[in-house]
Design a protein around this ligand. Structure first.
Ligand code: BTN
Length: 256
């Protein structure tokens, strides 16, 4: 198992992604993982904060150094990670996990699907070449209602809240690594279609009416029906005009 061969465990850190970036810059090898018990400034997508209380959840970042040219697309890397992590959670806890585009890990809890995990991929390039990529994953494992800020409770939950049992974080981390090793090899072998197929099977977004907030130069909300993802992981939205819009990055709200 290349991913997870070298492990760095920390009690507390600002962000495991930031720390993994600093280690990668110092030359730490492919497959190094950084795990913290707590983050003081965990980072989410689009510059948001990732709420990271101590000793309950998983905050992990992984350094990847693919061979030159082997990784064509960072979006696909993130979709691959979502597929791998959802499979591992199902295997270890029996809780079915679905994905909200692009990579929110969702479980059924109470009366609705809620977010239990997220993935933040970052990369450094030298010239046009990828020097390293970092996959950061945060999973709410054993948090309870009182551990969440009130404004998150409507949309976020933990695996424990969805299953009513305490979950062994170390065992789950082992499962995440086994699954990530397998699916990363699938990606490097060029078997993108297997990743896309699995992602489509567990998608909560496809086939639904959605509103997507796109944060480009001019932020806007685009409404339409989520038809599919393309081979690069972009969301294909069917607009009321009948036009198809390809969306590279954004926040999705499921309308119904
Ligand atoms: C999202 O917005 O859904 C992505 C959240 C990613 C959070 C994880 S926690 C471990 C790693 N370190 C960070 O600072 N962020 C990622």
């Amino acid at each position: 198992m290349e991913i997870g061969r070298k492990r760095v465990f920390l009690d507390s850190i600002d962000s495991t992604n930031s720390y993994a970036i600093s280690l990668a810059e110092k030359g730490y090898p492919h497959g190094t993982i950084v795990v913290a018990d707590k983050q003081t400034a965990g980072r989410g997508r689009h510059g948001r904060l990732w709420h990271s209380p101590p000793k309950k959840n998983i905050y992990m970042s992984i350094i990847l150094r693919p061979h030159r040219g082997a990784l064509r697309n960072l979006s696909l890397l993130t979709l691959m990670a979502a597929v791998a992590f959802s499979e591992a959670i199902k295997f270890k806890t029996s809780i079915p996990v679905r994905v909200k585009w692009p990579n929110d890990l969702m479980v059924f809890c109470g009366r609705d699907f809620k977010k239990v995990g997220g993935i933040l991929s970052e990369a450094r390039f030298i010239g046009g070449d990828l020097e390293f990529a970092i996959i950061g994953v945060g999973i709410n494992v054993n948090s309870l209602d009182a551990d969440f800020p009130p404004d998150l409770l409507n949309s976020a939950a933990s695996l424990r809240m969805a299953s009513a049992g305490d979950i062994d974080r170390d065992d789950l981390i082992e499962g995440l690594l086994v699954s990530l090793n397998k699916w990363y090899d699938t990606l490097l072998d060029g078997q993108d279609h297997l990743i896309l197929k699995r992602w489509r099977e567990i998608s909560l977004t496809l086939g639904r009416d959605v509103a997507v907030t796109v944060r480009e130069a001019h932020p806007e909300v685009i409404k339409g029906m989520a038809m599919d993802i393309d081979n690069e992981g972009r969301l294909l939205l069917s607009l009321p005009s009948g036009r198809i819009k390809r969306i590279e990055s954004g926040d999705v709200v499921h309308l119904r």
